[in-house]
Ligand binder design. Structure first.
Ligand code: SF4
Length: 245
């Protein structure tokens, strides 16, 4: 199983620039977060417990939000509990989540993780993660096959309110265009690099994640960013170097 180092990087050329001005990058990250949060509104915390969040995030890989929600509801409606999902025939679990991408991968993956958790903990209650130091909680979750840095951070931030930044495709793309990370920085590497620019508290990290996620879905979209409708052009490298130029 893969291991993850969750300790944020500091003062590192890993940002993809020869000598990044960390204070300026940090100030820009906070300004972006603040302005986008004002624009899109403050997000409320999820009420899902950590096990439910883990299921939700695994279902959501490369899948639209509505399809993920439908598959999640379908599992609970058909089986009634995560224990019943764990013990069900895999083809029945696969049928219940047939609307997400790769149900044939996600169904056995969910059950394998659930069985491993049960073997180790005696049940499927992951609430103990809330009480662990964030590095310890992340290392515990990150050992499972198919649980990478993004899934780990989503579970720990959204459900446990521990300070760990998830970087999905939207957060990664928008951060790159803004110039908070260099073009060659991967999404996995960006977790620690971006988090090092933010205050180490769950609310600030959650605001940043949600702000960039929404901006990436609505304005700074994949193919043609709608820069004419963007509220943070003055904070964006892409705007200065490509659009204005
Ligand atoms: S100015 Fe354009 S590229 Fe920059 S964040 Fe806004 S939409 Fe994205």
């Amino acid at each position: 199983m893969a291991k993850q180092t969750t300790r944020p990087a500091r003062n590192s050329a890993d940002y993809g620039y020869p000598s990044p001005d960390m204070m300026a990058l940090s100030a820009r990250a906070l300004a972006v977060s603040q302005r986008l949060t004002e624009n899109y509104g403050v997000s409320t915390w999820s009420k899902k417990d950590p096990m439910s969040m883990l299921v939700d995030i695994i279902l959501s890989h490369r899948t639209k939000d509505e399809q993920t929600a439908a598959a999640y509801d379908s599992l609970l409606k058909k089986f009634g509990s995560w224990e019943a999902v764990r013990d069900a025939p895999t083809n029945e679990v696969q049928d219940a989540i047939a609307n997400v991408n790769w149900p044939e991968v996600k169904a056995p993956r969910l059950q394998t993780i659930m069985r491993q958790i049960t073997e180790e903990r005696g049940n499927l209650d992951l609430n103990f993660l809330r009480e662990l130091p964030v590095e310890e909680a992340a290392a515990w979750l990150n050992r499972f096959e198919g649980v990478g840095p993004k899934t780990t951070a989503c579970v720990l931030l959204f459900s446990c309110q521990l300070p760990l930044l998830p970087v999905d495709v939207h957060v990664h793309r928008v951060s790159g265009r803004l110039g908070l990370i260099g073009k060659k920085v991967t999404a996995d590497a960006a977790h620690n690099l971006l988090q090092a620019l933010l205050p180490n508290d769950p609310r600030s990290i959650y605001n940043f994640h949600k702000a960039l996620l929404r901006h990436g879905q609505r304005v700074c979209v994949y193919e043609h960013p709608r820069c004419g409708k963007c509220a943070i052009t003055d904070l964006c490298d892409y705007y200065k170097t490509v659009v204005k130029a």
